[in-house]
Design a protein around this ligand. Structure first.
Ligand SMILES: [Zn+2]
Length: 551
């Protein structure tokens, strides 16, 4: 029996998911200095609460390890999530109608002030080629910039092309291209960052204060959804550190951020050393650790790296003109014991990255592969053999692909490869670490809906939608672990477990994620979010549960 001692915080609950086994336990979690001091039994609660500074009784709400999104872009994403949100609109006419309404309700001068939208699903183009003819007759002469849902392409108007001086004959510094029609005239599509930057570089910038405001609001809503932290996989946006520092002058960030800067394709030795020098920079709730690399683009845009071409004859090239240079960069960071995570979507990209990781001399540094959208068994074995960890986004599967293969992603891959979609279950069964996340703003960040979709392989709350490759569904436990202990293992650290000595990151939700039907869990209220032992979100009052304040 542990002797009661003074603590900063005690959370009382009849449902604590305790230890690695996530065993449902009644009692309390005692926290001091950001760590869990004790997970105690209900019988001892009275003695411990008497000595605590702050006591929170959550009744029968479930205390879970704190949820962490393994892949987010909270700062760079603000440049994408700009203007009208087109997420969830899948018909061309509906997109046109939304754009007309947005243009009418947004005070602006035609031809000199921009209209922005994001989240465009290419399914609206159907069998037709992607181009800006959907603006004809509704947004003539307007400066329009729309980011596609995957962030890897943009659709701009002719006025925007003219203003940026785009001819279609541009030579780009890394893989990417300006979409052109049969006559070689630019058609409004800009693929990958190198092409998007031709127009992004002339867009009006939001003010610094606006950016700080947006980040504050976003991190707050992430905490409200139950997240305690996120792995931010970029650092490319100017003044990223300044924005974080300005926000920390106002107060603590809503969630903790682990930041892995993004090494651009074609990076020089100097770039590598600069990225190394950034490691360890930190504020109170953010720190720079690790590196993000990009092996390929996306299936949707024909910029992934596949062994065999897609049905358009595309997706045959890596983003780095020389993939060996990416391997060399990974070796450089490995030698300095810096973990990396590499975007690899196509089978050839995943295979290349897995083999590169497998060839590194073992020194305890862990390397992760992001996305892994379609791989055959042979590549799955390469991942396991390499000891690479993985990070997948269940809602990229459930929101943007369809069981009947009528979507752009499946059509491009063809039946056999589309049937190898997001193999979360196969990876877990084979022993791989599988962290989960959203890649916000590519998909909504709410972890409850993503944990549900990981189990149902369809959008949360949509039993009418046929599941995509249901045999790849994760168990409730594996889905929760993807947001907790598997996340920590994916970056080579221990964590995500409610036990003595652990970091006091906790998410308290109305329903037990292990026993609640997934669609119901997607709607469960977040009662409490605790980051490093501090209560960041407390919805008990709003939810009319009991409150006990001592001292
Ligand atoms: Zn991303």
């Amino acid at each position: 029996m542990t002797t009661p001692e003074p603590t900063d915080l005690i959370i009382l609950s009849s449902r604590i998911l305790y230890g690695e086994e996530l065993k449902e336990t009644a009692g309390f979690v005692a926290v001091s200095d950001g760590r869990i001091v004790l997970v105690g039994r209900a019988e001892a609660a009275e003695e411990w609460t008497a000595l605590a500074k702050h006591v929170v009784d959550v009744g029968d709400a479930t205390v879970c390890p704190g949820l962490i999104d393994a892949h987010i872009h909270p700062i760079a994403g603000a440049d994408i999530a700009r203007g009208l949100d087109l997420n969830g609109i899948t018909e061309l006419d509906a997109v046109r109608a939304a754009l007309v309404k947005h243009a009418a309700s947004t005070g602006h001068t035609v031809g000199s002030e921009w209209l922005f939208a994001w989240g465009l699903d290419p399914i609206i183009f159907g069998e037709a080629s992607f181009n800006n003819s959907l603006f004809d007759g509704i947004l003539d002469d307007e400066l329009v910039f729309i980011t596609l849902f995957d962030g890897h392409a943009a659709l701009v108007s002719d006025a925007a092309l003219n203003l940026a001086g785009i001819t279609g004959a541009e030579e780009l510094p890394s893989t990417g291209y300006v979409g052109v029609d049969q006559l070689g005239k630019p058609n409004g599509m800009l693929y990958e960052m190198a092409a998007q930057d031709l127009v992004r570089s002339i867009l009006p910038q939001r003010s610094f204060e606006q950016r700080v405001d947006e980040l504050e609001k976003l991190l707050r809503s992430m905490a409200e959804s139950g997240l305690v932290a996120g792995h931010m996989l970029d650092f490319g946006v100017p003044e990223t550190i300044e924005v974080l520092e300005a926000l920390e002058l106002r107060g603590d960030l809503g969630i903790r951020l682990r930041i892995s800067p993004w090494l651009m394709p074609g990076a020089t030795d100097e770039d590598l050393r600069a990225m190394l020098a950034m490691q360890g920079r930190h504020g109170r709730r953010w720190h720079v650790h690790g590196i993000k690399l990009m092996m390929d683009g996306t299936i949707d845009n024909g910029t992934a790296w596949l062994f065999e071409p897609d049905t358009h004859g595309e997706s045959l090239h890596p983003l780095w003109h020389d993939p060996e240079a990416l391997a060399a960069a990974m070796r450089f960071f490995h030698e300095h014991r810096i973990p990396t995570t590499t975007h690899a979507i196509g089978d050839k990209a995943v295979s290349f990255v897995a083999r590169t990781i497998g060839d590194l001399p073992k020194n305890g540094t862990v390397h992760r592969i992001e996305h892994i959208e379609s791989i055959p068994d042979s590549v799955l074995e390469e991942i396991i053999h390499a000891g690479a960890t993985t990070s997948l986004q269940p809602t990229h599967c459930t929101l943007y692909s369809r069981a009947d293969h009528t979507d752009n992603w499946s059509r491009r891959l063809g039946t056999e490869r589309a049937n190898h979609a997001w193999r979360t279950r196969d990876l877990r069964d084979a022993g791989a670490v599988v962290a989960l996340g959203s890649d916000w703003p590519i998909a909504p960040f709410d972890p409850r809906a993503i944990i549900a979709s990981a189990q149902t392989r369809r959008p949360a709350g949509r039993p009418d939608v046929p599941p995509v490759q249901l045999q790849q569904a994760l168990s409730a436990r594996s889905a929760l672990e993807g947001y907790t202990s598997q996340y920590w293992r994916s970056v080579g650290e221990e964590g995500g477990i409610v036990e003595e000595g652990a970091r006091a990151d906790l998410t308290v939700v109305g329903h037990n994620p292990l026993t609640t039907e997934p669609d119901e869990f997607a709607q469960t209220p977040v009662i409490l979010t605790v980051v490093d032992g501090k209560v960041v979100v407390d919805n008990r009052l709003a939810l009319a549960t009991r409150i006990v304040h001592l001292r």
